[in-house]
Design a protein around this ligand. Sequence first.
Ligand code: SF4
Length: 242
Amino acid sequence: MSSSSKSTRIQKTNAEILSLLDGLSDKVDLERKFGADYLPLAPIDTQNERKTDELSKTEKTKALSKLEKQVKKCTKCGLCEGRTNVVFGVGDPDADLMFVGEAPGYYEDVQGEPFVGRAGQLLTKIIESIGLKREEVYIANILKCRPPENRNPNAKEIVLCTPHLIKQIEIIRPKVICALGTFAAQTLLDTKEAIGKLRGKFFEYQGTKFLPTYHPAYLLRNPNDKKKVWSDIKKVRDYLKK
Ligand code: SF4
């Protein structure tokens, strides 16, 4: 096959995949409107691809930096069109604790860093409450580009962007992943269970301890639930101390 016909065929296949994902996204949005369960998004099984177990901190730093360069060029979904910055993630590449939120908001998009607004300041306090500094953990989101008007991510965006997060987790190999809020918890656990029922319990995600808790933005609106997050984060602290 000539290189031009091969390239045409690849373009056609990509267009077909994107068309299928568009259809899936429409289906999910429609079903959500009617309150129906949506197609479960199975986490990608990377068990057989794990080659990064033995990475040193320097190697992790290099691997993350290489990945960040790739993600900064990503145009896999339409969110690339409205972004100011790709919000890749920040923190210690060798962190024991990793926080995963939903998607960048206005300030994150402008600054290119996750959790920098009021919710971010609260997250920093939560981190410090267990004796850690913000720069000693790693913070990322499921989506790396800001959805317009901070709307919920759709199925196509999740499917296309989650592999970036999975690669980050594979490189960092934290001891605990703490999911912040409904969206991160439900996406990574592939469930529709409410965050109120998921929070404060340890699950397994790709072989890593995984504990969901409320999103700091939710706490700003519901300060009475801060004590629940304090209780959750203490469990993380106690696990890390073991
Ligand atoms: S949201 Fe994710 S998949 Fe979409 S363009 Fe940004 S980095 Fe790529």
